[in-house]
Ligand binder design. Structure first.
Ligand SMILES: [Zn+2]
Ligand SMILES: [Zn+2]
Length: 314
């Protein structure tokens, strides 16, 4: 099978053996796969990953339990050991020896096939086309915020970042009827986002200590500093960015203003699937669709901070 392999220096399209089916797993033929910011960060050294890249996908089960053959599925990315103390306490997504599809010690989905544990799979309803299903993983991560922070109507909410992550968070919030202001750096991109946020702004300087809840989805080091500027005393900052670079920030503001900082990562697939089934539109977040052989162009385009770039396998 064709697979997009990262060797620590560059991406290569290899022709390798497809994975062998094993107990409690399914072999899935990948239909579409999305390039995420995390993939771009891995190419800069994040997680020290070597292997087949990619973790956002939709595909069709080709081998595995009979009732699953031919079914369209998506897959959760965390593969916990189920044995360590953290797993036994129910913190599976934080397992001490966790494997993460296309991110840590497990081959990803930028390939014709991927082998995944049955536990990780979710069926995709007929109403949800492949072009929307490929967004289930990042959309679930966006809905995670609403599991972690109870947002009431009287609270003011800001999302920082008009990249793919910020926009999908904005969509998830709008779908959940959470009014919010979306901050970005590019008027053109913000205008494309008109359908998602309640309000848009390029100028965050006017909003010194204004918001009860600030969600950083900038993917940049400066994001947390901007978030700490925007958040009210005793407010909450949700960190969604994962970046490869080390960073230093002055935490005195956090202590003085008694700010809560919440890290936020993977979220509920069932909620994302339900929202898409209910009609949540995300196809306007697609920037371009490429064949796997055009990976150079695809990654270049994704790196420009544009919307979602997708691989379509044949
Ligand atoms: Zn991702
Ligand atoms: Zn574990």
């Amino acid at each position: 099978m064709k697979a997009l392999f990262y060797d620590g220096e560059k991406l290569k399209l290899l022709d390798i053996e497809r994975p062998q089916i094993k107990a409690d797993h399914a072999l899935i033929k990948v239909t579409m796969a999305g390039i995420c910011n995390t993939d771009l960060e891995i190419l800069k050294g994040y997680m020290n990953f070597r292997g087949i890249l990619g973790h956002e996908f939709v595909g069709v089960v080709e081998e595995g339990p009979e009732q699953l053959i031919g079914k369209r599925v998506v897959g959760e990315i965390n593969i916990p050991c189920e044995k360590c103390d953290l797993c036994l306490q129910g913190l599976h997504r934080h397992c001490r020896s966790i494997k993460v599809v296309g991110i840590r010690d497990y081959d990803g989905v930028f390939a014709e096939y991927v082998l995944l544990p049955l536990k990780n799979l979710h069926a995709v309803p007929d109403e949800v086309e492949d072009e929307r299903a490929v967004f289930i993983e990042p959309l679930a991560a966006a809905f995670r915020i609403l599991e972690q922070v109870q947002i009431t109507n009287s609270q003011s909410v800001a999302v920082l970042g008009d990249g793919k992550l910020g926009l999908i968070i904005s969509k998830a919030l709008s779908f959940s009827k959470v009014n919010h202001l979306l901050f970005g750096r590019h008027t053109e991109k913000l205008l494309r986002a008109r359908w998602t946020a309640t309000e848009l702004s390029e100028n965050f300087k006017r909003y010194d200590r204004y918001f009860d809840i600030v969600i950083d989805a900038t993917g940049r080091k400066s994001g947390i500093e901007q978030a700490l500027f925007l958040v009210k005393p005793e407010g909450t900052v949700v960190l969604k960015s994962t970046i490869a670079d080390e960073m230093t920030i002055n935490l005195s503001k956090v202590a003085v203003n008694e700010i809560k900082i919440i890290g936020s990562r993977c979220g509920p697939f069932t909620k994302a699937i339900w929202a898409l089934k209910e009609g949540l539109e995300v196809r306007d977040l697609i920037e371009a669709i490429y064949d796997l052989s055009e990976y150079d162009k695809a990654f270049e385009r994704a790196g420009k901070g544009s919307l979602k770039v997708i691989f379509k396998m044949d």
